[in-house]
Design a protein. Sequence first.
Lengths: 238, 738
Amino acid sequence: MEFPTRKWTMVIDFDKCTGCGACVVACHAENNVPIVREQEIVRGRAMHWMRIERYWDGTYPNIRARFMPVLCQQCGRAPCEPVCPVYAANHSERENLNLQIYNRCVGTRYCLANDPYKVRFFNYFDPVFDKPLDQQLNPDVTVRSAGIMEKCTFCIQRIRRGEEQALVENRPLRDAEVTPACVQTCPPGALVFGDLNDPGGQVAKLLANNRRQFKLLDHLGTEPSVYYLKGGESHVSD
Amino acid sequence: MTHKFTRRDFLKLGTAGIASAVLAGCEMPRRWVTLEPFVRPPEEQLAGVATWYASTCRQCPAGCGILVRTMNGRALKIEGNPEHPLNRGKLCARGQAGLQILYNPDRLSGAVQQTKRGSRDFRQLSWEAALNTLFSTIQAAGSSVIIWGGSTMSGHLYDLFQRFTAAIGAPAPVVFDLYTGMSGHRLLAEASRDLLGRVGLPIYDLSHADVALSFGADFLGTGLSSVRYGAEFGNFRSQPLGKRGYLVQLEPRMSITGAVADRWLPIRPGAEAMVAQAIARIIADQSLGPVDRVTRARTLAGNVDVNAVATASDISVEELQRLARSFATAEHPLAIPGDALTGQDNATEAVTAVQALNIIAGTVGQSGGFSLSTPAPSPALVKPVVSSLADVQKLIEQMRADQVKALMVYGANPAYDLPEEMGFTEALGHVPFVVSFAPIVDETAIWADLILPDRTYLESWGYEVVAPSFDVPVVGSQQPIVTPVFDARSTGDVLLTLAKGIPAAAKALSWADEVAFLIESIGQLPAGAAGGSGVDVLWARFQQHGGWWPASSPVSVPPASTLSQAIQVTPTRFEGSEQEYPYFLHLYLSNLLSDGRGANQPWLQGSPDPMTTVAWQTLVEINPNTAHQLGIQDGDVVRITSPHGELEAPVYTFPAIRPDTVAIPVGQGHSDYGRYARNRGGNVMRLVGAQAGAQGGNLNWATLRVKITRTGRKVALALFENKTGVTEGFVNQAFPGQ
C-alpha cells in the first residue's frame, strides 16, 4: 500500500489565540527542544520551535497587543533549502514538509541566514538535561548535539505514528487524527492542523471562502503551509 | 490508657505497617508496579509501543484531566484527557510542564533531618528512623498539632488529615497558598452566599455569551481555570451563525486576557467596583435594555454619581454609557470580577458589585450566564477548603504563643507565600517540631526539623473534586504513572502508619493503606458515565477514564438571587500616602510560574512570558513615559519600596500600563526550591503587608502604593523580542490624556 500525497497545513486563528504559551511548552516536551540559560537568551540564542510574537499596536491608552504564533512555515518553495551544501535541509514532496536531516548537517548556518521567518535554531552548545530530566526525552525524536541546526517538523513523528496506525488498521487516515503537540494542547483551538488535499477536511473547510486568511511574507513566493486568520470583527458596535 | 506504648513497640508496628503495604502489593498487583525482567514483560508493556495513563494535573487547583504517554516505564509527554468534562483534551503551559516536577534533579531521595534549622545541613535518615521521630513527637504533642496544606493536595489526603486532626483533638487543617490567595478562591466562593444563597466558586458560560465585561480578570492566564476558559474563549469567538463575542477588559496593566480583548480600558486601580456600580446606575437611570433588567438595576444600583466615578476611575462618562448600553442590550451579557478585586480592603463588596451586574442581566444559571460550581457528588468525597486569612493569622498567633507543639506542612510554602510582616518564619521559631513533606527543599522546608518527601503527582494516588466544575460534577482520578523515581514515600501512607501508633487516631484511620481508603471513598460515588458494577470494575474504570462524571447533565435549577437592596461599596483605600508613594503597585500571577510553584521547572522558566517575552528573570513593568521622566531605561535596576518592604529588580518598559502604576509578576524570588528557581530576584510578597481586608478573607495585596528609586546598576534583560525601534518609539510620541 502506498501512502497518499499529503499537503500538511496549519491554520492559526488570531481571533482565538490568547498567547497563553501552552503550545510553546508542549513543543519543548514533544520535540526534546533544549531550554537555553538566561545568558544565552541575552545573547539572542533562545530556542523555541514554536514562539509567540507579541506586537504592539497604537499608543497608550489606545493600545492593543497582538499575538502571532510563529513556527516553521513548511514552505512549498523554501528559501532555506537550496542553500544547504550538504542537503541536510531537504524537501519531502510526498508530505509537503521541509525536513532537516540532523546527521547530514555540518552547521554552516546558511539556512538560518536565508530563512525569512527566523524559525531555524542553531545548537551553540550540547543540550544539558540534568539527570534525571533526561528521562523526559521523547525516544521518537533525536536529541540534537552542538553544531546542528534544528527546526519545527510539524511533529513528523506524530504524523508517522498516525499513518502507521491507519496502515495497521487498513483504513485511510482520518481527518484530525494526527495533530502536532502544539495543536493538540491549544486551549482555545486557535491552531488547526490537517491535510489540505482532503477536500472535506477541517482545514479545507476552514479556509474555503475565508476572507480573513493570509500567509506570512507570502510576497516572497515561499508558498507557506501555515495560514493565518486575521482577527475578526464583532457584531457589537463600539 | 493502661497499655504503655513504647518506642520499641512502635518500631515493630512501623515495620509491620510497611511490611503489610508490601504484602498488600503482592496481593493486589494493581497498586504497585513490580520490576520484572523483560523476558516476562508486563501485560501493558510492548517494546516501542506507548502506554497512556489517565490522571489529574496538580499544577493549579483547577484539576484538569491528563493522559500521560509512557514507554518502558518512563513518562514522556502529558496531554489533556479528551474525555474529561473540564478541559476536553486541552492543557496550559503549566500542565504541559508537569514532567519536570517528576524528573526534577533537585528532588530529595529519602527522608532527611536538619540538625539546625535554616542551616541547610541535611542528614540522610532511614525512613524507619524518620517515622519513629515523627511518631514520638506527634504523640508527645498531643492535640497541639497543626497541619498546613496547599490547595492542590488530593481530596483523599485532605480527608485523612481532617480525620487525623479530629481524632487527636487538634484544630482542622489550615489550607492556604498564594495561588488561591491571589485568585481569591475563598473570597469568590464566600461572596456567592450573599448573591445566590450558597457557597460556591462562580462559573461563567463564556461560550454562549455575547458581551463580557472583565473587571481585571486574567481568566485566560491564571485564575480559576485558565484551560477551561481558554476553550470557552475559543467558542466565544466563533459562535453559530457567525456570532462573535465581544470582550471588554478593564485593568491597569494589560494581561494576556486584556491583549485579546476587543477593548482594553486602563482603569485606575481600585475603581473597578465603582465602575460596575456606575454601569448599574446608568442602566437604571437611562432605562437601557429590557424592562426587567431596568427594574432590577433600579433596585440594586447604589447611589453613585456617574461623573464622580468617571473622574475617579479615568473611564470617561461616554465610555461608561457605552459599556452600560452594550451590557444592557446584549442578549447574554457577562460581568467577571478580577483577581485584584479579591485583594482589596473592600474585597467582598467589590466582588458583589460586579456580580450584581449579572443579577441585573438576569442570566443566572442560564446559557451564556453566571452560575455556581456544582458541589461534590457525594459527601464521602472532599475538596480542600481554602482557609481565610483570619484563620491563618490566628494560627500564626498560636504559634507565637507557644501553643503549637508540632507543625506539618504539606503542599504549601508559607515562608515564600506569606508577606514577611505576617511573621510566619519568626513564629516557626516557637514551634518545637516542624515537618515538611516537600519533595524539593523549599523556603519553608529549610525551617523544618524533618523532611519526609512526598511523591509527586505523577507517582501518587488520589482524586480531585473538580471546582469550578462547569456542566457536570466531576471527580478526577489520580494514579501513579511511573514507579517512584526517587525514594519518596506517600504522605497518605505515612499518616496512616503514624496513626496506627496513636490509639485515638488508630480507630479513626484504620485503613491498611491510602489505596484502601481511596477505594472505599470512590465506591460511594453514584452511577457514572463509565458504567460498570462491583468495586473492582468501578475502581478500574475510575482510573481508566480519568475520573467520574454523570452520564447526562443533571437538571439544574437556576439559583435565585438573594440580593434585594442597593449595593454599597466602601471606597478602596490604599496603603501609603500619595506624596510619599506616588505609584500604584499591580501584582499579578505569572501565567507560566503561577504563584512561584512553577519556578523549578526549566520549561516554564525558559519560556518567554507572552506579554514581555522575558524568561528566567523578575522584572518591574513601567510605562515608557514614566520611565523617561525618571530617566530609567530597560534593564536599569530600581528599588521598589512599599510601606512594608522593598525589592530590587530590573525595569522593563511596558507600553500598556498606566503611567501611575508599576507591575511585578509573582513567581520569582526563591531563595531555595532547587537550582532553577534559586536566586532570581526578590520575592514580591516582601512588599505586601500583614493586614487582612476589612471583610476578613484575603491578603490586602492589591491596595498598595510604592515609590521607585534608581540604584544605578543595570542588567541585561533576557528578552526574546528585540526592542530596538519598538517601544523606544513610544517615549518620543505625544502622550494623549496623561
